[in-house]
Design a binder for this molecule. Structure first.
Ligand SMILES: *Cc1c(COP(=O)(O)O)cnc(C)c1O
Length: 396
């Protein structure tokens, strides 16, 4: 067994019931093996290319660049992947590890349903059984995604414990895993959870920045000056940052959901407003109330609506290597509309948080400088809620 560093600075670790420790150790062993196994890496990259449709484009947003008049803006188009977001990168990697461990059943938690759909997709592809835990309230709000998962052959299990939300679905998935670990793999949807999950998700999503680095050098002959990505649990952001962590000239920015404002009770800006705690198997930053209970979080964007953040981001903030900013619903919606009109791209409302910050940042930079903004997903799923936000009735 290899010795591993389970922590990012003071954050990370493995805070799980004793029954799960042997599973985490087995998982870490195959993960460490797979890292240096050329056959695993070849299979992973073959599926990224042939199934997910990589490499994704690095697109020069000329209209936005001209309109804003500051730095040159490039968009890393994860919205063009199969299933419409970056999540497919991670589920392919983890499903391959599950297969290596001899597991035949995948379980996942999901909030709005995006990670559930990605997991159900890869389970269908690999011929594995799949169960997705989803808060009861979320199953009612996201009927289309529930049906989509069922169509892909997954069982969707509504969770009524707690508030019937994403964090309760995570607890239910952990409980299932503790009982069924023999044949079951818990496929976590972001750069969160006990070690080695945050490091695994970092590796699987780092394809975003490995590609963008090469693409940027080919396009401009230089590294970018800044990277911007939105942050829910932090998987697309860590994937967007990974290849630049040791390039100090490349500034790294994460855009969190500031909801109705950082000074209200209605946001999900964990790094701007949270405090250190232990939850979902990790030590990280969380939004907590005065009693240390996990607070109810809010954002117009379901994918950013998580009360915690991956431990590596907490460490990157603490060391000053990356900067995290809050973007309100209003700013995100106006960026959603802006990029649609300027570039003809309907980006996810999550990604629109990154676009909103890119608009602000580009203005403060010079025309010879460059920004890469990750468009983590496509926004077809958000059209109805944007219409509702703007008071437009499109129901009939
Ligand atoms: C799930 C999701 C996110 C948020 O998750 P991260 O782990 O923070 O990347 C962002 N954008 C899209 C399109 C998503 O589906």
């Amino acid at each position: 067994m290899q010795e591993v560093d389970n922590r990012f600075g003071e954050f990370g670790g493995q805070f799980v019931p004793e029954a799960l420790m042997p599973e985490l150790i087995r998982l870490n062993n195959v993960f460490q093996e797979a890292k240096t196994d050329p056959a695993f890496q070849a299979e992973f990259h073959r599926l990224l290319n042939e199934y997910a449709g990589r490499p994704s484009l690095l697109y020069f947003a000329e209209n936005m660049t001209k309109d804003i008049g500051g730095a040159q803006i490039y968009l890393k188009r994860e919205d063009l992947n199969h299933t419409g977001a970056h999540k497919i990168n991670n589920v392919i990697g983890q499903a391959l590890l599950a297969r290596r461990l001899g597991k035949t059943r995948l379980i996942a938690e999901t909030g709005a349903g995006q990670h559930g759909v990605a997991t159900a997709t890869i389970a269908a592809y690999f011929g594995m059984k799949c169960a997705v835990y989803m808060g009861k309230e979320d199953t009612e709000r996201q009927k289309l995604n529930v049906f989509r998962m069922q169509l892909l052959g997954a069982e969707v299990i509504p969770v009524t414990d707690g508030q019937g939300l994403l964090k309760d679905a995570v607890n239910a998935a952990l409980a299932d895993w503790a009982v069924n670990a023999q044949d079951t793999f818990y496929l976590i949807g972001s750069a969160v959870g006990p070690a080695p999950y945050p490091a695994m998700v970092h590796d699987f999503q780092s394809v975003i920045s490995t590609e963008s680095r090469e693409q940027m050098l080919a396009a401009t002959g230089k590294l970018p000056d800044a990277i911007v990505a939105c942050c829910g649990g932090g998987s697309n952001a860590i994937g967007s940052f990974a290849a630049y962590l040791n390039d100090p000239t490349v500034k790294l920015y994460g855009a969190e959901a500031a909801g109705e404002g950082l000074n209200t009770m209605h946001h999900a800006a964990t790094l701007s407003k949270g405090s250190t705690g232990i939850f979902h198997g990790m030590k990280s930053k969380f939004l907590q109330d005065q009693d240390g209970q996990i607070a109810k979080v809010y954002s117009i964007s379901a994918g950013l609506d998580y009360p915690g953040i991956g431990p590596e981001h907490a460490a990157l903030q603490a060391s000053g290597r990356a900067t995290y900013v809050g973007i309100t619903d209003e700013e995100a919606v106006s960026a959603f509309e802006y990029i649609a009109k300027q570039e003809g791209i309907i980006a996810a409302i999550e990604s629109s948080h990154a676009i909103a910050y890119t608009r602000k940042l580009a203005k403060q930079m010079r025309p010879d400088q460059t920004i890469i903004c990750t468009v983590s997903g496509r926004g077809d799923k958000d059209v109805a809620s944007i219409a509702k936000y703007r008071g437009v009735d499109i129901d009939d």
